[in-house]
Ligand binder design. Structure first.
Ligand SMILES: [Zn+2]
Length: 257
């Protein structure tokens, strides 16, 4: 069944939800159908934690970046962008992420979010690295900045409209789907997934969040990604092994794994 091993392109294994059993869980994942994992950096400190996990496990890679909900950890008068740039020298740092815009909650200044997002897009382009993009309740501004900077990368945890998916695809980017695809009320994500060409599709968990059905509401981990893969195969009307092989190849090519 080795051909069915899946790359989880988006996970958060430094999250405190994994504090009780992180080592045991991570060690077990290769036997549970997981090929590689890309664990996400969300702040300077947490990017360091992500890189430590990548140091420890040969099947884990990491991203380095500041998430929109972590902009308050950044002192704009500091050398924060140089610090990120240095961390990206790590041989297993594969992308600038998780970065983007999130207008869902108050408390994360929009102008600061935009500034930090744009500086990181520029850094990714300068280093010729892909980006992992987060966008919540901020489609218009996110698209405007992606069209301005034209980064390589992926729009992660996609649940937007077909129209938005088409704009992302026209920019040459990939689209990542999580367990949301398996939710009963996920009609938009399913419609978008139908439209995404098989050579632009990525599978991800976003664990510990977004556990697919039948684990919805539980702590998610990368072994559950098979449920999302099965749903995507059904939507794309492809045999499961073919769907997985394509998504794995997309991840390998985008992130140079
Ligand atoms: Zn995430």
């Amino acid at each position: 069944m080795d051909n069915l091993k899946i790359i989880d392109t988006h996970a958060h294994y430094d999250d405190e939800a994994f504090d009780i059993d992180r080592e045991e869980l991570l060690s077990s994942l290769p036997e549970k159908g997981v090929k590689y994992i890309i664990t996400q950096g969300i702040s300077i400190e947490k990017s360091k934690s992500a890189l430590l996990l990548a140091d420890k496990y040969n099947y884990i890679y990491a991203t380095v970046g500041v998430h929109p909900e972590d902009v308050n950890t950044v002192d704009l008068n500091s050398d924060w962008i140089e610090q990120l740039s240095k961390l990206l020298n790590h041989p297993k740092a594969v992308a600038v992420g998780e970065i983007g815009l999130d207008y869902h909650y108050d408390g994360y200044d929009k102008d600061k979010q935009i500034l930090i997002f744009e500086e990181q897009l520029k850094l990714a382009n300068k280093l010729n690295l892909p980006c992992v993009i987060h966008s919540r309740d901020a489609t218009k501004d996110t698209i405007t900045l992606l069209q301005k900077h034209k980064p390589k990368g992926v729009m992660h945890c996609f649940s937007g409209s077909v129209e938005t998916a088409e704009i992302i695809l026209n920019l040459g980017m990939y689209i990542g789907f999580t367990g949301v695809l398996t939710f009963k009320n996920a009609k938009k994500a399913v419609e978008a997934c139908k439209k995404v060409p098989i050579d632009r599709l990525l599978l991800e968990t976003d664990c510990p969040y977004m556990a697919p059905v039948p684990f919805r509401g539980k702590r998610c981990d990368s072994s559950m990604i098979i449920k999302t893969a099965k749903k995507a195969a059904e939507i794309k009307e492809l045999p499961l092994d073919e769907l997985i092989e394509n998504c794995n190849n997309n991840a390998i090519s985008l992130f140079k794994l």
